[in-house]
Design a protein around this ligand. Structure first.
Ligand code: ADP
Ligand code: MG
Length: 702
């Protein structure tokens, strides 16, 4: 049976054996033939192209040349010895250099024999050389060359130490392909292969490892990416459809007294069109009889809180309770204050529950909650503790959701006999491609417009040496009545030093901005909650013009009068963090500034991040750039998202077209055949089931 061969243990493959098998298991998670065939190269070198020595430059990638060694020379003494071979073609001389294994080279590599030399050119003493080149005798290589692109595979230090390098892996894959021959069962139905002119799996696997032309290599990549994404999308979309089929939702049929009273009498400003659009989308969900599972994306400052609040009022109009969960106490407090303020003329009970809520208060609160006397509960993850019982929870808002794990969120579902409606809000815009994969089973609303009158924040990069000038600028701004944040990085690994930086910074700022003319407050994670509160309050009521802080203020804090954000050691922050921090200013009508302070020494990547920040204010653009710089695995939110994320061949930063295609095809298929019972979709259904066996069932988790 063909299937059995694919599932055969790797240790029985020619060239493997028990010891190598163990290594491949542990280092590359390769257990059977199929795993090996799906271990894809990370690059290819065109081995049809030869350079002449004269053409070589030190900035070239891997290249090959043909020529002969005229003679060897050993240079240096003892341990610092190196072996140099002078390699020539008709155009020049190239130095080949070995620091190790020189004995073997001298015995096995012949002078005056034609070789193909393969490696990366570099420069030493003004001369082009290649260090530790790969060498193959020209006459021998000729026979073997039945493919033009050579595939290169990632290995690990441990594998290399045990002589399993890229070449060995390539040979093993060769053996595996021979073993399975023409018996690789297809994973995509015939009709899709025809319709989209895909390579079949057999050809695709052959050409991904041993491409016989550039064109076939591209086709192989396309086919395998498509396959990978199609199954992910089928999985996500099928769950979405199933959930919609089975999960009934509370029907919020009316928009009543509270909503209208607020909207008509208490709303301090006109809603933006984007806010109106989103509220409409939400209202349709709430009245559909199905549970809402919606992701609300909107850049920092776009007014998501208000949308959440108005949705809460609809829940209350329909005799349900609502709650809002925020990732930090600072943020929960802030939401509590904002919402209490917004609703001050409306007779509703709102409470705050965080880790710092006293036991006595907590007891009262629990009672009120289960009696139904409380309408809105705002808090941190303290909300999801089992002791917190609602009388009738109908609507849940989760703010800055990337801070919560999937399991934490799932607990909120269980707070009523029937799952409440869920609105997940995030200000870290997620690139479209990622959103489709990570949050592919949520419906998405986007606020793509900021409230009117906001001026874009001006972002400036300044080296540390300009600090005095920056202080002058701060003074000017304070004179105009503005307030200033100064933020220090806090990275877990170097926490001690970071706190020292923060404290030193606080001291020098306090000296430069002395009382009574100035007030400086400080907030960081090591402070007690009450002290944090006090400091925040000083800043909010303007007794302090400067707030020195760590990233505890990163999310959500809203002080419209603050118009300057200074970020110290900005090179140490990631793009999304920088964007979040910048979002703390630019909330009022005044021109705001974000100043990114860095040292002179910057890595290329850090420089690029700073550049992007000074070029754009658009969170979506920034998140796309972030994805390109870092790759999807590192983007905030993906790790905690809970969706398995080991893409083998797709690069979400580059393959958005294939993703969109596979998503629309998956949609089309499921629209007609949501259970995949149609005979022509049998392969899909079989493979999808296999895929699910290895993964936790996420279907009842948002
Ligand atoms: P975010 O989307 O980052 O959570 P917020 O909800 O904190 O943004 O809103 C940012 C600020 O904009 C708040 O001060 C809020 O009161 C204000 N705001 C919200 N909607 C509007 C609007 N339509 N017009 C004017 N200001 C608004
Ligand atoms: Mg917010």
């Amino acid at each position: 049976m063909p299937n059995q061969k694919l599932e055969q243990d790797i240790k029985y493959l020619k060239g493997v054996g028990p010891k190598r098998a163990e290594l491949l298991n542990a280092e590359l998670k390769i257990f059977n033939i199929k795993d090996l065939l799906y271990y894809f190269p990370y690059k290819y070198i065109d081995r049809t192209k030869f350079y002449s020595i004269r053409e070589l430059k030190s900035d070239m990638a891997y290249i090959q040349v043909i020529g002969k060694i005229s003679y060897f020379e050993t240079i240096g003494v003892k341990r610092k010895q190196r072996l140099v071979a002078y390699f020539t073609d008709s155009t020049g001389i190239l130095e080949l250099v070995w620091f190790k294994g020189t004995q073997w080279i001298k015995q096995n590599i012949k002078e005056n024999t034609e070789y193909i030399v393969f490696g990366k050119p570099s420069v030493f003493n003004g001369k082009i050389n290649i260090i530790h080149p790969e060498m193959e005798e020209y006459s021998k290589q000729q026979e073997k060359l039945d493919y033009s692109f050579q595939a290169y595979y990632n290995t690990s230090e441990k594998l290399k130490k045990n002589f399993v390098n890229s070449k060995v892996i390539h040979t093993l894959i060769h053996n595996a392909l021979q073993l399975v021959q023409n018996n690789i069962p297809e994973t995509i139905p015939e009709y899709l292969i025809k319709e989209h002119k895909l390579l079949n799996l057999q050809e695709a696997l052959l050409n991904i490892h041993l491409p016989s032309s550039h064109e076939l290599l591209l086709k192989a990549k396309f086919r395998l990416k498509f396959e990978e994404l199609l199954y992910i999308q089928l999985n996500i979309l099928q769950q979405k459809i199933k959930r919609k089929e089975k999960s009934n939702g509370f029907n919020f049929s009316k928009v009543g007294k509270y909503f209208h009273e607020f909207y008509e009498k208490n709303l301090p400003f006109e809603l933006t069109n984007a806010q109106k659009k989103v509220i409409k989308e939400i209202r349709i969900d709430l009245g559909s009889g199905k549970q809402m599972n919606r992701l609300l994306q909107g850049d920092v400052g776009s007014g998501k809180t208000l949308v959440a609040l108005m949705t809460m009022l609809i829940a209350i109009d329909n005799n349900y309770q609502a709650c809002l969960m925020a990732p930090t106490e600072v943020l929960a407090n802030q939401h509590f204050n904002t919402i209490t303020q917004f609703l001050k003329h409306i007779n509703l009970n709102i409470a705050l529950l965080t880790g710092s809520t006293r036991q006595k208060e907590r007891k009262i609160l629990h009672q009120q909650l289960s009696d139904g006397d409380l309408n809105i509960l705002i808090g941190t993850h303290a909300l999801i503790e089992d002791t917190v019982k609602f009388k009738n929870l109908g609507f849940v808002v989760i703010d800055e959701q990337h801070r919560f794990g999937v399991a934490q969120r799932a607990k909120l579902w269980k707070k009523n006999v029937q799952a409440p409606h869920i609105l997940v809000m995030t200000a870290t815009p997620i690139p479209r491609t990622l959103a489709m994969t990570v949050y592919g089973d949520l419906d998405v609303s986007i606020i793509d417009e900021l409230p009117p009158g906001r001026k874009p924040v001006k972002t400036i990069h300044a080296y540390d040496s300009k600090r005095l000038r920056i202080f002058g600028f701060i003074k000017e701004q304070i004179k105009k009545g503005r307030q200033v944040y100064i933020v220090y990085p806090l990275i877990k690994e170097s926490e001690k030093m970071d706190y020292k930086d923060l404290e030193d910074g606080y001291e020098s700022i306090s000296r430069a901005f002395p009382p009574p003319e100035y007030g400086v407050s400080i907030v960081h994670g090591r402070m007690k909650q009450v002290d944090k509160e006090k400091s925040m309050q000083l800043f909010i009521n303007k007794s302090a013009q400067i707030m020195v802080a760590t990233t505890v203020i990163e999310v959500g804090v809203d002080v419209p009068n603050a118009s300057v954000m200074i970020i110290e050691s900005a090179e140490r922050f990631g793009l999304s963090q920088l964007h979040q921090l910048r979002g703390r200013v630019g909330r009022g009508a005044d021109q705001s500034y974000c100043i990114l302070m860095t040292s002179f020494k910057l890595s290329n990547e850090a420089r690029r991040r700073i550049e992007i920040m000074t070029q754009t204010n658009d969170g979506f653009e920034i998140s796309e750039a972030d994805l390109k710089l870092r790759g999807p695995g590192d983007i905030e939110g993906t790790q905690q998202s809970g969706i398995p994320f080991d893409l083998k061949i797709t690069n979400l930063a580059k393959d958005s077209q294939i993703l969109t295609l596979s998503r629309s095809i998956a949609n089309e298929i499921l629209e007609k055949d949501s259970d995949l019972t149609d005979e022509k979709n049998r392969i899909l259904s079989l493979n999808l089931q296999k895929m699910k066996q290895f993964k936790i069932d996420w279907s009842d988790i948002s």
